[in-house]
Structures are given as C-alpha cells and as structure tokens.
Design a protein around this ligand. Structure first.
Ligand code: SF4
Length: 229
C-alpha cells in the first residue's frame, strides 16, 4: 500500500525533462520537515488515501502519457514503491523519482531526480525540537545519494535562497563522489513568479561564474503554485 495525496496529468516544470508531458503520482508522507516545503499536504500535514499498487496503476491508465513522475513527500519511504515501478515499467512508462536522497531502495527508475537538502532547510522556529533534531540527522546522506546515482540517469537539484546556500552546494559537492557537472542544478527557492525572478537575478550570474546549471521552476510561471499542476 502507498499513501497517495494526488495523481494528475501535467507538464514537468523542473530539471532536464522540463516541458515533458507527465503523469504525477504524489505520495503522502515525508521523513523530513523542510521549513519551505511547498507541498505540506504531502509532508507536514499528510493528506490522501492508502492505495494498492494495482489501484495506482489503474488510476494512471486514464491518460496515454508516457512519462510518470513519482514525487512527494518522500516516495522512497514506501516499501511497495519497487512493485509500483515494476508495474509502470511493464506498462512501458518512463519513470522519474523525485527524492531528497535520504532513503535507499533498489528499484527500476529511469531518472533519479535527487534534491539533497542543505542546512537552509532546517525548520528552526517552525517545528518541535524533536523534528529539528531528526531533520538535521537525516537530511545529509551523500552515501545514499551516491548509490542512487549509480542506478541510472540522475540529476541533482539544490534549492538555494542565498549566496551562502549556493556556497554550501560547493561544499556538498566536495564531499560527494562521482558527480557529473552537467547533472548538477541550482534551483531558486520561491513559490511565486516574483520570488523566482528575484532569486534568479543573482543566481543566474552565480551559476555562470561557477559553471553550474541554473534550473528554474517553470510550472510556477506556467500555472502558478497550484495543486494538480
Ligand atoms: S523533503 Fe521535500 S516533501 Fe519533504 S519536507 Fe522537504 S521539501 Fe517537503
């Protein structure tokens, strides 16, 4: 069984598959508590229903779309995720898994979309001391990220809201082994077009100067920060 908050058909707005029509399967529940989480209904206050793998596969059958993005929350916390991926591959789908890279499972995936969480994600002032401790203990697991990176195509997306955050990405990359510069992306933090524009105004130059990719959140520009997009 997998807790699901929503399943919808839209267009991928982030990363190397930007612009690709995709079915999104959003699992509900997360082992982290980033203060800036923009899907709180799938993490801090998880909503939705527990569905069988068969139920999820039936639900996506209504669309002919070839790409499926399994996102969250944190999809990797569900034991039935490998079975869901087997079912999707049997149906001929391309699978992207969006994960923070803190939980390991060996499963079929075409694109690992890994978003390691920096120290800027810690929910100081937003969550209980216990959650702050757990978040900080769990968020940085480069050894798991390295394992996921060896299991297929991958991209690393870092959410940044300041130059200090961007510099922490460089520190993270000094520790992480085996990464490819082409697959590292810095993504502005923001949930409105105005916030993204403001962040991008300095981040684009920073990316140019450090030879790393800028990744905007195009779905916010296209649709706004709305559920089901
Ligand atoms: S890992 Fe993702 S889903 Fe979980 S709290 Fe952080 S931003 Fe939200």
């Amino acid at each position: 069984m997998i807790n699901i908050s929503e399943i919808f058909n839209s267009v991928q707005g982030e990363g190397i598959l930007t612009g690709t029509p995709s079915i999104f399967v959003r699992t509900s529940g997360c082992n982290l508590r980033c203060w800036f989480c923009d899907t709180r209904y799938a993490s801090w206050e998880p909503e939705g229903d527990s569905l069988s793998v068969k139920g999820v596969l039936e639900s996506i059958r209504r669309w002919p779309t070839g790409h499926v993005v399994i996102t969250g929350g944190e999809p990797m916390i569900f034991e039935d995720l490998p079975a869901l991926c087997r079912g999707l591959k049997a149906a001929g789908k391309h699978i992207t898994i969006e994960t923070a890279g803190t939980v390991d499972q060996d499963l079929m995936c075409d694109l690992w979309s890994i978003s390691p969480k920096l120290s800027n994600s810690t929910p100081v002032g937003y969550a209980s001391d216990e959650w702050i401790r757990q978040h900080d203990q769990r968020r940085a697991t480069p050894e798991i990220v390295e394992r996921l990176m060896t299991r297929g195509d991958y991209q690393l997306k870092f959410v940044v809201g300041s130059i200090l955050d961007a510099e922490e990405v460089l520190e993270y990359l000094q520790v992480l082994k085996g990464w490819d510069r082409e697959r590292v992306m810095l993504m502005p933090r923001g949930v409105t077009g105005e916030e993204l524009k403001l962040q991008t105004s300095w981040l684009a130059k920073w990316c140019r100067d450090h030879d790393l990719r800028l990744c905007d959140r195009q779905h916010i520009h296209w649709f706004g920060n709305r559920r089901g997009t």
